[in-house]
Design a protein around this ligand. Structure first.
Ligand code: FAD
Length: 438
């Protein structure tokens, strides 16, 4: 009986972590806790994600007496070398279903002298498990959701006790100021549960800012969705049911990406390969910098730049604006989001972009084009969200902040860079050209 390696990736927690329990029981109870800072992922992540990851790693390390071993490098070299150094019986992981994660894990497995044991995943129901009666995967959310609920999930498991954590040299981590980690995630979640009953009514209102902000802890696995689902079942309400459905959207996105890895950057509907798009230029820069002249779009893009977060309704509006008002390919927006978002997650990001762009498996019909002004008036009715992020509009009262061009438009705020009605017509023309090609 020897030691085991627990290779943490998107599961930076001790509670409800079946892979960790397996690592503890695999050998003599001594475990080397490892995290590999992989340049292939680190170099692509923007500073909000790096910042959060570093804080979360510090918190995980603190919770095991400073024994987390962090190493920079290629996992296919780092993991086998450390496993050999301690004579590990096994290396334990929770499965990663992303396209890069799958390739990386195969390379690590091939290079190891001991088994790579995979237990659990970042999802309540792992991708590929929810199948139709014919054994194929679902492409539409509503039937997926029914089958996902019928499938069910295991109960959360307790954190391990009495683990002998193995100490080893650890590479230095950069400085970071984010509040992160398992304890903070659980505290935040338990506080949010008191308000979840209102989720159904308020979730679309960026001005109320009443969504849970749990996408970030979920992204890093500081909490498992199973834990959240168990808590939701204990507090039944319309809000809790609506929240459960959103967690299922996250799992649906992961399921689709696992089945169609090319969906990360290519449309799931092949006819959209023929869609005519413009090249990103000044209009793209204006979108990135929150200078389009459409207040709700600019507020969202500035919230993103300043905080690494954007409300879901506003993500839909700014994404629609990029694709259907600026006529740019969604992949440019998706890439920008991945750099800027603290919760940037390939599956949720790409599949939601495809939903908005109309080219996803289950997508909003392309011809349903959001009017950014109407969206602003409907979901931020007194303009307070827009005023919070677009300082040039501070002095415009109430809903007039959504239509600054109507009154005395503040001179420092840009005029709209496109005419929405004309841009909409142009989008419909381009769509008509591909519609018959499916
Ligand atoms: P809440 O409203 O409190 O929702 C609870 C949880 O449900 C979220 O934390 C999230 O895990 C899940 N969820 C909610 N809506 C969705 C959804 N539409 N798709 C998948 N899961 C959902 N979410 C990410 O986690 N990472 C991304 O990179 C990402 N990119 C997106 C890009 C676009 C264009 C759009 C329209 C949506 C994107 N989303 C992404 C989904 C959603 O916007 C965020 O999960 C949500 O805004 C996070 O805030 P919250 O935790 O307060 O959400």
């Amino acid at each position: 009986m020897g030691s085991a390696v627990m290779w943490f990736r998107r599961d930076l927690r001790l509670a409800d972590n079946p892979a960790l329990l397996d690592a503890v029981s695999a050998g003599d109870g001594s475990v080397l806790a490892l995290f590999v800072l992989d340049p292939a992922l680190w170099d692509k992540a923007g500073s909000p994600r790096r910042d959060h990851l570093v804080s979360s790693l510090r918190s995980l390390s603190d919770s095991i007496g400073g024994k987390l071993v962090v190493r920079h490098g290629d996992p296919a070299k780092v993991v086998p070398a450390l496993a050999a150094e301690i004579g590990a019986v096994n290396v334990h992981i929770a499965a990663d279903y992303g396209p890069y994660g799958q390739r990386r894990d195969s390379a690590v497995e091939a290079a190891l002298d001991c088994p790579l044991v995979s237990t659990g995943s970042p999802y309540a129901v792992a991708p590929g498990r929810v199948l139709t009666q014919q054994g194929s995967s679902y492409k539409v959310f509503t039937p997926y959701y029914g089958a996902w609920r019928d499938h069910g999930w295991r109960q959360p498991v307790e954190p391990p006790t009495g683990v002998k954590w193995i100490g080893k040299r650890s590479d230095a981590l950069p400085e970071s100021a984010a509040a992160a980690g398992e304890e903070a995630a659980l505290k935040h979640w338990h506080e949010y549960l008191d308000d979840v009953a209102a989720y159904d009514d308020e979730r679309d209102r960026p001005d109320l800012d009443s969504t849970s902000r749990m996408s970030v802890p979920l992204k890093y696995g500081e909490i498992h969705p199973r834990t959240m689902l168990a808590d939701l079942l204990r507090k039944p309400s319309d809000g809790a049911a609506a929240y459960q459905r959103e967690l299922a959207w996250r799992e649906f996105c992961a399921d689709l990406l696992a089945r169609y890895p090319e969906a990360a950057w290519k449309p799931l509907r092949p006819e959209f390969e023929q869609m005519e798009y413009d090249e990103p230029g000044d209009a793209f820069d204006a979108w990135c910098n929150g200078l389009t002249g459409y207040p709700i779009v600019d507020a969202g893009m500035r919230q993103l730049a300043e905080t690494g977060f954007m409300h879901n309704r506003v993500r839909m509006v700014v994404a629609s604006f990029l694709v259907k008002d600026l006529h740019l390919h969604w992949k440019y927006g998706a890439r920008w989001f991945m750099r800027q978002l603290r919760d940037g997650d390939l599956a949720s990001n790409s599949l939601n972009w495809q939903w908005v762009a109309g080219c996803g498996a289950d997508a909003s019909p392309y011809f349903r084009i959001f009017n950014p002004t109407t969206q602003g008036l409907k979901f931020d009715p007194d303009g307070s969200y827009v005023r919070r992020w677009v300082h040039e509009l501070q002095d415009l009262p109430g809903k007039s902040a959504h239509e600054p061009w109507k009154d005395d438009s503040p001179s420092e705020y840009p005029r709209p860079i496109v005419d929405h009605a004309e841009a909409r017509q142009e989008s419909l023309r381009r769509y008509a050209a591909i519609k018959g090609t499916a």
